[in-house]
Design a protein around this ligand. Structure first.
Ligand code: FAD
Ligand code: NAD
Length: 451
């Protein structure tokens, strides 16, 4: 006999987005059940953003120390993975224990249930023998898992995903990375800087293919300088493992590596959720929503599952919209025009809004401005490590997109995100005073080249 409990809201998945929705609704006084089958906090704190950025920080420290001979004397750099692995365990993940996060949620008044949730009908969710009936509705925030392509021989081998790559306490001598997106590129640079022989296999014509071609060029140049072999336009056709990995490619060549990291994108966790009981397609790639994050009657979806951009800031943004909608508070609806993103390479590659191609494909009358960072005063002063550029895309008298690649690329993009978001007129931007000699002053230089 199934026990049915009446509540206001059930949140399925307490990653970044679900924890934000559940915590805020509970703090607002609603009776909220949050269900999580792994770790409260989700991918970002345990296997994503936080530990990988600790790895990036460590790799960048090594790279900066290696630049000393060009700038300030001599340096001897001896990489050691142990401090990185221990920082990930002790400071980032509590050794993959979510007690702090569970307490954070329950202290706001949320009721926490550890288990796998399935939807059984409108407003109904089951976890084991417990069924919840949610008067206001259900929020789906189940995130993504690594997509594993159907390559002959791959299944059953001890390949890594981002999870094993974050958890490792020792480094392999060599690593093949399948996929040259943000995940593949960030891991590639870090591991290469710690002495691992890294090869990226990217199926499309360039790495970071979603970004500007200039971003791909900079990324390829710096990764190559770090010793990474970047192979583009090739696909793996077969994987074999005995001791190490042997990957056959469709150009007839073979690549070998002690470990293989699969970084070929992410799949939304939507199958086995019971979405068919709501008339939704459980085989769909993403769970589409309207601009209030409503996916169906009494059903909201936030975060990676919506397919609007797999970023922590996107999960938080969508969570805020869903919370306001559930509480009947109104406020702005979803608007993705000024979505910022940063690929944490050295140099960081920040971007916002549309790329030049996206703007042209949208039929806009596009003007483009661009400067190499080394051509700016601060880039010149910076010297070694000053790879990068600033590119601005304008249409209809305002910016619709931009890329800032450089030592502070992730910070520089903030100014341009404001410009795109607030639709600041180009004439207003043109009269702005940019501090000298900052990296962001290059934005003023790029704006002057708009043509
Ligand atoms: C290696 C890596 C690096 C990244 N770096 C960055 C970065 O630098 N910046 C950035 O913005 N983003 C980054 N991301 C992306 C970021 O981690 C995600 O966008 C973010 O975690 C999405 O949050 P979410 O709540 O949608 O999903 P998730 O964090 O995936 O949380 C979903 C939760 O739902 C749970 N769940 C799923 N199904 C069920 C079920 N049926 N019942 C109960 N629980 C369930 C899961 O266990 C999980 O805890 C990175 C991702 C990876 C993999
Ligand atoms: N700094 C950040 O914000 C950050 C960092 C990491 C991840 N993320 C998020 O996670 C998402 C997933 O990252 P990702 O890098 O796994 O995905 P991705 O989709 O960005 O890149 C995957 C790459 O793998 C390639 N690929 C796919 N199948 C292949 C195959 N069989 N052989 C060779 N190449 C193949 C694709 O062409 C693509 O370039 C990102 O889109 C991003 O939203 C963000």
């Amino acid at each position: 006999m199934v026990d049915v409990r009446n509540v206001d809201v059930v949140v399925v998945g307490l990653g970044v987005g679900g924890e934000e929705v559940g915590g805020r609704l509970a703090a607002a006084g609603l009776d909220v059940v949050g269900v999580e089958h792994q770790l409260v906090g989700g991918e970002c704190p345990y296997w994503g953003c936080i530990p990988t950025k600790m790895m990036v920080r460590a790799g960048s420290a090594l790279a900066e120390a290696r630049r000393i001979p060009e700038l300030a004397g001599t340096s001897t750099v001896t990489p050691d993975w142990a401090p990185v692995a221990s920082r990930i365990r002790e400071q980032a993940t509590d050794d993959w224990n979510d007690k702090v996060a569970v307490d954070r949620f329950t202290n706001k008044g949320g009721h926490f249930v550890r288990g796998t949730a399935t939807v059984t009908g409108p407003g109904r969710v089951r976890v084991g023998e417990q069924e919840f009936s949610a008067a206001r509705g259900v929020v789906i925030a189940t995130g993504t898992t690594a997509f594993i392509p159907p390559i002959d021989g791959l299944a059953g081998t001890p390949y890594w995903t981002n999870r094993q790559a974050v958890e490792t306490t020792t480094l392999p001598d060599s690593l093949v990375i399948l996929g040259g997106g943000a995940i593949g590129c960030e891991f590639a640079q870090v591991f290469a800087r710690f002495g691992v022989q890294v090869t990226i296999i990217e199926g499309s014509a360039r790495i970071l293919a979603m970004e500007e071609p200039e971003s791909s060029e900079v990324a390829t140049a710096v990764l190559t300088a770090d010793g990474v072999t970047v192979r583009t336009g090739v696909h793996a056709t077969r994987v074999a493992h005995s001791g190490g990995f042997e990957i056959a490619l469709d150009d007839g060549s073979t690549v070998t590596g002690e470990k293989l990291l699969v970084a070929t994108g992410r799949s939304a966790r939507l199958t086995d959720l019971g979405l068919e009981t709501l008339g939704l397609d459980p085989a769909a790639r993403f769970l589409g929503t309207d601009d209030r994050m409503r996916a169906a009657d009494q059903l909201w979806a936030v975060g990676d599952v919506t397919g609007n951009g797999a970023f922590t800031h996107m999960a938080m943004y969508e969570a805020d919209i869903a919370v306001r909608d559930i509480l009947g508070q109104g406020g702005p609806a979803a608007d993705y025009r000024a979505l910022p993103r940063v690929t944490f390479l050295d140099p960081e590659i920040g971007a916002v809004g549309q790329t030049e191609k996206q703007a042209r494909d949208a039929g806009l009358d596009v003007r483009v401005g661009q400067v190499p960072l080394s051509g700016t005063s601060r880039g010149f002063v910076h010297g070694p490590g000053n790879e990068g550029f600033i590119k601005v895309i304008a249409a209809d008298g305002r910016l619709v997109g931009a890329t800032t690649a450089g030592p502070a690329g992730g910070e520089m993009i903030g100014a341009l995100a404001v410009a795109v978001h607030a639709e600041v007129p180009l004439s207003t931007l043109a009269s702005q005073i940019w501090a000298y000699p900052t990296f962001h002053r290059g934005i003023g230089d790029a704006l002057k080249t708009l043509a």
